[in-house]
Write a protein that binds this ligand. Structure first.
Ligand code: PLP
Ligand code: COI
Length: 339
């Protein structure tokens, strides 16, 4: 069978078909029971609200096969809560935490043969996705919705893995406006980031660093990652209403405290960049990806952090993955053991 030939260590971050996905539909003011299906497709009306007005949101989380053979879902309830806040922001029906968590657990269990073995560096990525399906033409909230949870085995998001990546600052397009939707995980934010992302890629940069849209003075996010900088025994990360509250970043802040670092959650002006000893991007897909170089596309300034992973970033990465793969005690209660 195809699965027996999988070279798990060579997986990138891409969709691969698995066995089943879980779905809930919202119609007539109520949610259906969970449905498990092998179908990868959905049949939808051409005038469904998600297609025209971007009434769509998603989540991303991972399940890991641990050193002890157990399968752990990382911080699934935090993802469920963030999904709820995205649904509220888009005036979509809000599923319960239990519905989301149950679907994630069910999808992991029923796709067990697709969970990458321990030691391959790969994991099972879960993608809850939800959208409005009401047929209409006017701009108004959807009364009907579909929530799907599916999964795909994945390897590293950035081809460079834990090797430092080059990123570029762009002020020509913003990702998210103050009081816009930057703090929730909705598809429109990603659509808005594509043009600058492509510009960065064409110049050889892995990712775009966005600045705050109001003043273009402060660091916001780094593509689909939060940003962090390390200096003088501190873990520093941007505080902004238009940054996605990353669950990885929240975990790293805790791990940084555990390591005796001070944690600062505050605005970070671009001028502070040369003072960082290490910096990186963090997220479910990217885990920690150190930043080796930052190029400012408008001022031509270059900030260099070296071609090796910094000591603090490496320790944070190791501590995080040790918990995810069951090599260290889960003292903060972040993992749900699925089986
Ligand atoms: N920022 C953006 C824009 C993202 O898409 C993601 C990925 O989910 C993150 C940050 C990291 O968030 P998390 O750690 O919850 O995956
Ligand atoms: C994640 O880290 O889960 C993300 O959402 C990144 C994704 C947009 C590819």
């Amino acid at each position: 069978m195809v699965m027996e030939k999988t070279d798990w260590s060579a997986l990138g971050f891409d969709y691969r078909k698995t066995d089943v996905n879980a779905r809930y539909t919202f119609t007539d003011g109520k949610w259906s029971e969970m449905e498990i299906t092998e179908d990868e497709y959905i049949r939808m009306h051409m005038s469904a609200s998600c297609l025209h007005y971007g009434i769509e949101l998603f989540e991303g989380l991972k399940a890991f096969r641990g050193v002890d053979g157990k399968v752990r879902l990382f911080r699934v309830e935090d993802n469920a809560r963030r999904l709820q806040s995205s649904a509220e922001r888009l005036c979509l029906p809000v599923p319960t935490i239990d519905m989301i968590v149950d679907a994630c657990i069910e999808v992991v269990k029923r796709n067990e043969r697709h969970i990458p073995p321990y030691g391959t560096g790969a994991s099972l990525y879960l993608r809850p996705v939800m959208f409005g399906t009401t047929v209409g033409l006017g701009v108004k909230p959807a009364k009907d919705a579909l929530l799907i949870v599916y999964c795909s085995p994945v390897g590293a998001y950035f081809k460079s893995g834990i090797k430092p990546m080059p990123v570029a600052i762009d002020r020509e397009q913003d990702r998210a406006a103050p009081r816009g939707t930057g703090d929730v995980k909705v598809g429109g934010n990603y659509a808005a980031s594509l043009l600058s992302g492509e510009k960065g890629h064409s110049l050889g940069y892995s990712n775009i660093m966005y600045l705050d849209a109001a003043e273009h003075k402060y660091i916001e996010e780094c593509g689909a990652c939060n940003f962090f900088g390390i200096k003088e025994g501190k873990y520093i990360t941007p505080k902004s209403p238009s940054v996605l509250p990353s669950i990885t970043n929240k975990s790293l802040r805790q791990l940084a405290r555990d390591m005796g670092l001070e944690v600062e959650d505050r605005r970070i002006p671009v001028e502070e960049l040369p003072t960082f000893e290490e910096c990186g991007g963090c997220g479910t897909a990217a885990v920690i990806t150190p930043i080796g170089k930052i190029f400012d596309m408008q001022t031509n300034a270059v900030y260099e952090y070296g071609s090796e992973v910094g000591k603090v970033s490496m320790e944070l990465y190791t501590r995080l993955q040790d918990i995810q793969y069951g090599r260290a005690e889960d003292i903060h209660g972040w993992c749900t053991i699925v089986m």
